[in-house]
Design a binder for this molecule. Structure first.
Ligand SMILES: [Zn+2]
Length: 297
């Protein structure tokens, strides 16, 4: 959705949300970069970036990165300078970003609560239903980083299957492009027109990061499990969201996830916090419930 919201207004929206996330301004810096990221320089110095376009991408990206920043700032100070003063895993780290991006910032409850404030600041002339649907638009796409949360895991499955074939020796690098295009057709029913929007779009394999992609999909699954658990433990979660009060969720995340650092494996952490190890079903149920409401199926 090309909203043409001025960059200054986009920035103001982001800072407003970061305030609700209780990110201290003296510890977190927001900048812009072509490929957004979060980096922890020191326990009191976390930097995040976002990317400004004519859509609302900057907003959701900043919130995603802020989720990483909140985790970084919540790590247990008593373990600083040790190997456990870090995130439980890349997958758990990603879950903290996806929780804020999808389960809060792209939720209907949030937009119903935020709508009048948002319209007042942006002056956009769209109705809430159209906007909400647009924000959660599902469609096959070539580029993983721009994919919606429903098709996103398919991009990961494609890469992970190719990684396994390459590492087992069943597939030579030369043949990888053919398998990529074939799988893309099977999974998303689209065929890349160039390698830019196909096999050469990521930096991971070029820098030797094999086996990294699944952490993103694990993050999706963990985030859904965490959202479900928070819903059980914070009975008034939706009411808090309607009041744009995220404090109870922040406290929960800090207490159950962030303060644990890397003292536990992701499996143990999830078992203790959510009652079970990785449960893809929880993610699938979340997708079904959310998108059947949006798409009326
Ligand atoms: Zn992330």
């Amino acid at each position: 959705m090309h909203l043409n919201i001025p960059k200054k207004v986009q920035k103001a929206l982001i800072h407003e949300f970061l305030g609700w996330m209780r990110l201290p301004e003296d510890k977190v810096r927001l900048s812009s970069s072509p490929h957004p990221f979060t980096t922890g320089i020191a326990p009191s110095d976390v930097r995040i970036t976002t990317r400004y376009t004519e859509t609302l991408e900057s907003f959701f990206t900043a919130i995603h990165e802020a989720g990483h920043a909140l985790y970084e700032l919540g790590l247990p100070n008593k373990y600083v300078n040790t190997f456990i003063y870090t995130q439980a895993s890349y997958g758990i780290d990603e879950s903290q970003a996806l929780f804020w991006e999808y389960h809060i910032a792209k939720s209907r409850t949030f937009w119903e609560a935020y709508w009048s404030l948002f319209v007042e600041q942006t002056g956009i002339a769209v109705d809430l239903d159209t906007f909400y649907k647009e924000v959660n638009l599902v469609r096959p796409s070539f580029i993983r980083v721009n994919a919606d949360e429903v098709t996103y895991p398919l991009h990961i499955i494609l890469r992970y299957d190719i990684e396994k074939l390459l590492l087992s020796g069943a597939l030579k690098p030369k043949g990888a492009k053919g398998v990529w295009n074939k799988m893309m057709k099977e999974l998303l029913n689209i065929t890349p027109r160039s390698d830019n929007e196909g096999i050469l779009q990521d930096i991971h394999w070029a820098t030797g990061d094999f086996g990294y992609f699944p952490t993103y999909a694990l993050g999706n699954i963990y985030a859904a499990m965490i959202r479900k658990q928070i819903g059980k433990e914070i009975k008034e979660f939706d009411r808090h969201t309607r009041a744009l009060d995220f404090n109870p969720a922040i406290k929960w995340l800090i207490h159950h996830i962030h303060r644990k650092g890397k003292t536990q494996t992701p499996s143990t952490l999830m078992r203790r916090v959510c009652g079970s190890e990785l449960q893809p079903k929880v993610f699938l149920t979340y997708l079904k419930e959310k998108y059947e409401e949006i798409y009326n199926f």
